[in-house]
Design a protein around this ligand. Sequence first.
Ligand code: SF4
Length: 390
Amino acid sequence: MPPRHLYIHIPFCARRCSYCDFSIAVRSTTPVDEYVTALRTEMDGLREDLGGTTLDTVYLGGGTPSRLGGIGIGDVLATVRDRARIAAAPEITIEANPDDVNDMAVAHWVAAGVNRVSLGSQSFDDAALKWMHRTHDARQIGQAVNTLRRGGIDNISLDLIFALPAHLGRSWESDLLRALDLEPAHLSLYGLTVEAQTPIARWADRGATVQGSEEGYEEEFLAAHETMAGAGYDHYEVSNFARPGMTSRHNSAYWTGASYAGVGPSAHSFDGANRRWNVSAYSEWIRRLGLGETVIAGEENLTDENRATEEVYLGLRTRRGLAIAEEEVSRVQTWEAAGWALIDEPLKDPRVRLTATGWLRLDSLAADLAAQRARPVSASLSPNPSHCYI
Ligand code: SF4
């Protein structure tokens, strides 16, 4: 399957956020020319893959792509257009931090074809933002949204993090309402998890409390579900909410098992049967491209069993749900009785959709069903994560 979706990983960040274990390159000055030159080299090697296709979506993730500035993003998208056809009405998304958004940058992004911005906001509480090592304050989030709209971008997604430790005193309800006040087209909500090698993991090792309680996690997730539904947003994927017609086309492609190409350090690609991934360190990606070496670090051929497992996991995480076999209905009816799922058409073409309460048990329910069909869910399922996809 030729890819109709392209992910470009742009790894630069001004500093590491306290919860982040992503493949990033912390730089005070972004090496724009070095990055774009290397990207051109990698994309030259994909001419055959991309030559016969038309890209429906392009996603610039990171890292913090907005660190490339207006001209840098223009160069990245010109690099794509020189090597691939882009659809007449594509979705072209850039992840941006609020402090990188200004009129000049937005003008360049729009001229380059960007029509969607995922704004890493995380919270409207300045103390929480400081604890997270974010480089912006709450006021800059609203300013960035206004600047984007003034420049012609109305398809704006905001990211928020929940399940912060109680000692921060952050009000989740207030953050949700502040986000809704800005009327975003889309909202992504992620629960804080403690990953190895992150600043908060080190703080935890020293005895600090860095996470909310399990009960708090569930309460905040369910509160978000209620609040967003009440405001007219569709909870269309476990972590994502959208106004009608404003779902992320790029991320939705991942969740339907579509093929995609990924370029840049740590980017993943999938052709429908094989998944491959690039070296994750920026310096190694640059070194190899400079020497004309491959940047592919690994490859995995998906067996029929692997694909069956992925279908379960991807189906259950979305509102679309998953087609189930007749012999699976009785098992899933126990989920329905517990309030974790709904079964559509149980007698003919049955389909299961998890409820918000069910999504809190997504991993174990997916593993349960997948164990019947194939092997347990593996960690290698995740596609290209967006920068704050924790
Ligand atoms: S969370 Fe996002 S902005 Fe922060 S360090 Fe990670 S990739 Fe960079």
